[in-house]
Design a protein around this ligand. Structure first.
Ligand SMILES: C[S@@+](CC[C@H](N)C(=O)[O-])C[C@H]1O[C@@H](n2cnc3c(N)ncnc32)[C@H](O)[C@@H]1O
Length: 368
């Protein structure tokens, strides 16, 4: 139970512990009331950093020490680390200083809770699948989390163009990897997620497609958990299925195929046995297309197996190239096919031109 109080804080010394956005909101409102604010935090969120030159605010760039409570009347606690919260609360209790903690009080381990919460706690990371690029294919839950996020750590693929609109209040850290040019290593991405969460921020890790389909989402979740940061995962529409669909290719079809395999072309294609009535979906396969086609033929795939390469699915520049397995590399070279593309191998690939799901300009080519 809590008891509501209306306090006149003008000219009163108030201590704020924490450097995240909640601490920023609190500090801003205290300054507006005329309080004299001492802010204690080793790091500050950008929104707080902007306030440091305000009259009435003194920032102590370090962790909390009990003597910070010396002249304080009231302390506001905005840190997510439970040990630190307890230390500040106990010190305040001993000195009879009123301590108000935000609602990030120690709570059940979210990581162990398999029911995904709809909202996000400060100091946690949400992996959000952004779909293949069209904002209409971002889930409702993903949108909610983006709208509430403090920081978004974003990939190159997915609905990145609309991020400023989808996430008006968040700082965006672009960690997009381009072929041959890795601005952020995976280790650095993992560390960034944990660092930002430990500042008490709501961190959204926005990934193209689905976070768990060749998205390294599993590693990122493990890293966060190993560092005491709770996570939640919001699935996304994977390009493996949706990009072929955008080009009119159903990955299964009652009359011609009864299952599908999704594989990266970096993997050992020679170990993929040929099965009639089965669709093979290759991700990240443009660069090695010629080699991959040869490997598949060596594994038993007939030379006349239909292949479709769908570039930039669900974007206005989507383009589909269809040929046989023994000619696809040559046709793709002529048409200067580039990544990102999903490659479909199997009878369904021949359906590519019959229907299209994507709005916007479509171009496709069929050999012969
Ligand atoms: C690192 S994987 C990420 C896959 C992602 N997690 C998913 O579920 O869609 C990147 C590959 O996904 C495929 N890809 C993703 N978005 C695409 C799009 N809009 N059009 C075509 N291919 C796409 C390409 O094969 C690309 O090389």
């Amino acid at each position: 139970m809590t008891y509501p109080l209306g306090l006149n804080l003008a000219g009163r010394a108030v201590l704020v512990v924490g450097g995240g956005p909640d601490a920023a909101r609190r500090t801003r409102s205290l300054l507006a009331e005329g309080a004299l604010v001492d802010l204690v935090a080793p790091d500050l969120h950008d929104t707080l950093r902007d306030l440091t030159s305000s009259p009435g605010l003194t920032w102590h760039e370090r962790a909390f020490r009990p003597d910070d409570l010396g002249g304080a009347w009231l302390v506001f606690l905005h840190v997510s680390d439970s040990g630190e919260r307890e230390r500040v609360a106990l010190a305040a209790e001993e000195r009879r200083v009123l301590c108000v903690a935000d609602d990030a009080a120690p709570r059940p381990d979210r990581a162990a809770d398999t029911r995904a919460p709809v909202t996000q706690e400060p100091g946690t990371v949400a992996l959000v699948g952004g779909g293949p690029g069209d904002p209409g294919l971002l889930t409702v839950r993903g949108r909610q989390l983006l709208a509430d996020a403090d920081v978004i750590v974003a990939d190159r693929l997915g609905p990145t163009d609309l991020l400023p609109e989808l996430a008006r209040h968040a700082r965006i850290i672009d960690v997009g990897k381009r072929a041959g040019y890795h601005k952020y290593t995976q280790d650095r991405i993992n560390e960034t997620l944990v660092e930002q969460a430990k500042l008490g921020l709501r961190v959204v890790r926005l990934k193209g497609g689905d976070p768990y389909v060749f998205g390294r989402g599993g590693e990122e979740v493990e890293f966060c958990r190993a560092h005491g940061v709770a996570t939640q995962v919001v699935p996304g529409v994977t390009s493996a299925i949706s990009v072929p669909a955008a080009a009119g290719i159903p990955v299964t079809h009652r009359d011609m195929t009864h299952g599908f395999t999704v594989i990266t072309a970096h993997q050992q294609l020679r170990h993929v046995p040929y099965r009639d009535g089965h669709t093979l979906i290759l991700m990240m396969g443009v660069r090695g297309l010629e080699h991959n086609a040869e490997l598949l033929m060596a594994a038993g795939y007939p030379a006349d197996t239909p292949v479709a390469v769908v570039e930039r699915g669900w974007t206005p520049t989507q383009r589909t190239t269809v040929a046989q397995l023994d000619t696809i590399a040559c046709v793709a070279r002529e048409r200067e096919v580039t990544a990102p593309a999903v490659i479909v191998v199997g009878r369904v690939a021949a359906l590519a031109q019959k229907s299209c799901a994507t709005p916007g300009p479509q171009e496709s080519a069929q050999e012969g």
